[in-house]
Design a protein around this ligand. Structure first.
Ligand SMILES: Nc1nc2c(ncn2[C@@H]2O[C@H](COP(=O)(O)OP(=O)(O)OP(=O)(O)O)[C@@H](O)[C@H]2O)c(=O)[nH]1
Ligand SMILES: [Mg+2]
Length: 296
C-alpha cells in the first residue's frame, strides 16, 4: 500500500510551518486526512498539534545542554540521532493508509539541505519500495520578498536547485508570503520572477539606486578591506551573474506563488502536490457519511 507525503523545506522563516498549518486546515475543510510530522526539534508552537513530533524522540534544548553544542550543531546531532532511530518514523507511519497526506515540516537551517547527506538518506528511507514506500514530493519555499534584492533571490534559487538535485524526488518551488508583495508590485512585473533568468539582473533596484547616486559600479575596484565594495561591487556583480547563468543553464527551477491567507492559493498548491505524487489515482471512491449526505 502506497502512502503519500509532502516534505516542506526552505530557509529559516520562509513560512514552512505556516504553510503546513494552512494546508492541514484546507485538507480538513475538504474532508481529507492529514498526518502532520514535525521534524524541527526547535519548534515550540503549532497551529495544529503534530501527530508525530521529533521532540518526543530528542529535543534540541537537551542536546545543546548535554552535548555543549550550538543550535546548528545541535540540529545536526538531532538528525543523526533520528537516522539511528528510524523506527520512530516507521512505527508511526507504517499503518497510515493511502487516504492520508503526510506532511513533514522541516527545520530551516540551510546546512541541512546543502552540507550534509542526511536529507537524501532520510528521503531514500521514506520512499523505499517495500518499506514505508511513501510517494513523496518536496516543496521548497522561498520568501517572495526576496525578489527585490536580486542577489538574495538568486542565492535562494540556487539553494532550491541544490535541494532538487540532491533529493531526486518530485519537487515544487514556491514563492511564499505573496500577500506581502501584492500591493508593492504589479502582477506583470512579478511574472518575470516565476522563471529565473539572467535578464533579471539588468534592472536590479540596488544597482539602479547606486547608479543614480553617481557610483560607477562596473569598474569598482575590489578592496578587501572595504566590506561594502565586497558585497556590492563589480566582483559581487560578476558572482551574481555567474550564479544566474548557472541557474539558467540548468533550467530546472520555476516557481508557484503562495498566499497562505488565500484559500484558493493553498488549493492551487495542493493540486500541484497531488499531481506530483499522483494522489488521486490511488483513492477508492468514498461513500458519504449520513450527515454529509444531508449537507449535500
Ligand atoms: N504576511 C505573511 N506572513 C507570513 C506568511 N507565512 C508566514 N508568515 C510569517 O513569517 C514568519 C515565519 O513563519 P513560519 O511559518 O514560522 O516560518 P518557518 O519557515 O516555519 O520558520 P522556521 O521553522 O523557523 O525556519 C511568521 O512570523 C509568520 O507569521 C504569509 O503567507 N504571509
Ligand atoms: Mg517552522
Amino acid at each position: 500500500m502506497s502512502k503519500y507525503g509532502v516534505m516542506v523545506m526552505g530557509p529559516a522563516g520562509a513560512g514552512k510551518s505556516t504553510f503546513c498549518a494552512s494546508l492541514i486546515t484546507h485538507l480538513q475543510l475538504n474532508r481529507r486526512s492529514a498526518f502532520y510530522v514535525n521534524l524541527d526539534p526547535a519548534a515550540e508552537t503549532f497551529e495544529h498539534a503534530p501527530d508525530l513530533d521529533i521532540k518526543d524522540l530528542i529535543s534540541l534544548e537537551d542536546v545543546m545542554e548535554e552535548m555543549h553544542l550550538g543550535p546548528n550543531g545541535g540540529l545536526i546531532y538531532c538528525f543523526e540521532f533520528l537516522m539511528e532511530n528510524l523506527d520512530f518514523l516507521t512505527e508511526a507511519l507504517d499503518s497510515l493508509t493511502e487516504e492520508y497526506l503526510i506532511i513533514f515540516d522541516m527545520p530551516g537551517q540551510i546546512e541541512l539541505y546543502t552540507h550534509i547527506p542526511i536529507l537524501p538518506t532520510l528521503v531514500r528511507f521514506l520512499t523505499q519500495p517495500g518499506a514505508l514506500d511513501i510517494r513523496l514530493c518536496a516543496a521548497y519555499l522561498l520568501e517572495a520578498t526576496f525578489v527585490v534584492d536580486r542577489a538574495k533571490y538568486f542565492a535562494g534559487t540556487l539553494s532550491a536547485m541544490s535541494a532538487m538535485v540532491l533529493l531526486e524526488v518530485p519537487h515544487i518551488n514556491i514563492l511564499s508570503k505573496m500577500d506581502l508583495v501584492k500591493g508593492q508590485m504589479r502582477k506583470k512585473d512579478f511574472k518575470r520572477f516565476i522563471t529565473p533568468d539572467t535578464t533579471l539582473l539588468d534592472d536590479d533596484p540596488v544597482d539602479i539606486a547606486r547608479r543614480k547616486a553617481g557610483e560607477n559600479i562596473d569598474n569598482q575596484s575590489l578592496d578587501v578591506q572595504d566590506k561594502d565594495a565586497l558585497m556590492s561591487g563589480a566582483t559581487f556583480k560578476r558572482l551574481n551573474t555567474a550564479v544566474a547563468q548557472l541557474i539558467e543553464s540548468f533550467s530546472m527551477v520555476s516557481y508557484l506563488k503562495l498566499d497562505c491567507t488565500d484559500e484558493d492559493s493553498v488549493q492551487a498548491i495542493l493540486s500541484y502536490i497531488d499531481d506530483c505524487i499522483q494522489y488521486h489515482e490511488a483513492q477508492e471512491p468514498r461513500e458519504l457519511a449520513d450527515e454529509e449526505v444531508e449537507e449535500e
